[in-house]
Design a binder for this molecule. Structure first.
Ligand code: 5GP
Ligand code: MG
Length: 188
């Protein structure tokens, strides 16, 4: 099966390449304006925000430093367990720097909460803000919400543009809802 066939596993496309690109233009402009006079470190949460980080940072018109954090929030099927593992024993020192945490999607918010808390506690930054490309419309039970959001979305399981299901679909250029039949079929 070729990659192009994976698009047939989508129930529907929510955002196509043009829509993603124009929103990234807007987000990059806001970030370039906001951090114009600051020392900025972008902390990218891998693996989901790989595409987003590359495409967003390519659009920034300011200097920045980049750090990647490997974070696993258990997402075996389509719901998070609430457990967040940050795979970094020693965190970097961010003194004198503003930090922008970048993640693909804000669902329960537990990932972002854990990462921002750890950076605040261990890295001595001036201020930590956050950006997610997607934010699910649902009741938030954490004390954090992203400062920059690309798109608000319904509470569905989405794939594409970095978002995966069992490691698959990250390379779809669009973001879409995965067919329910695919989620029910564990032979992937
Ligand atoms: P949270 O901690 O906010 O509940 O979830 C954040 C992480 O769970 C995201 O970084 C992403 O890896 C994963 N996640 C949440 N919702 C979805 C979704 O709809 N699709 C996919 N593929 N991953 C999701
Ligand atoms: Mg993620």
């Amino acid at each position: 099966m070729s990659t192009n066939d994976n698009i047939n596993d989508l129930e529907r496309v929510l955002f196509n390449e043009n829509e993603i690109n124009s929103r990234l233009d807007e987000l990059a402009e806001s970030i370039s304006n906001q951090y114009d006079k600051c020392k900025l470190t972008v902390v990218s949460i891998m693996n989901g925000s790989l595409m987003l980080t590359a495409d967003l940072l390519a659009r920034l018109e300011i200097d920045f430093d980049l750090r990647c954090l490997n974070v696993e929030s258990y997402y075996g099927e389509t719901k998070g367990s609430g457990e967040v593992f940050i795979n970094s024993i020693r965190m970097p020192n961010f003194s004198g720097r503003h930090v922008l945490v970048v993640d693909d999607i804000f669902d329960t918010g537990k990932t972002l909460e854990a990462v921002v808390e750890r950076i605040n506690c261990e890295c001595n930054p001036i201020k930590v803000s956050s950006l997610t490309l997607l934010k699910k419309k649902k009741e938030i039970k954490v004390n954090i919400t992203p400062d920059f959001v690309g798109f608000e979305v319904d509470d569905l399981f989405l794939v594409g543009y970095g978002l995966d299901y069992h490691g698959k679909y990250r390379n779809l250029p669009v973001i879409g809802e995965l067919k329910k039949g695919i989620i029910a079929n564990p032979t992937l």
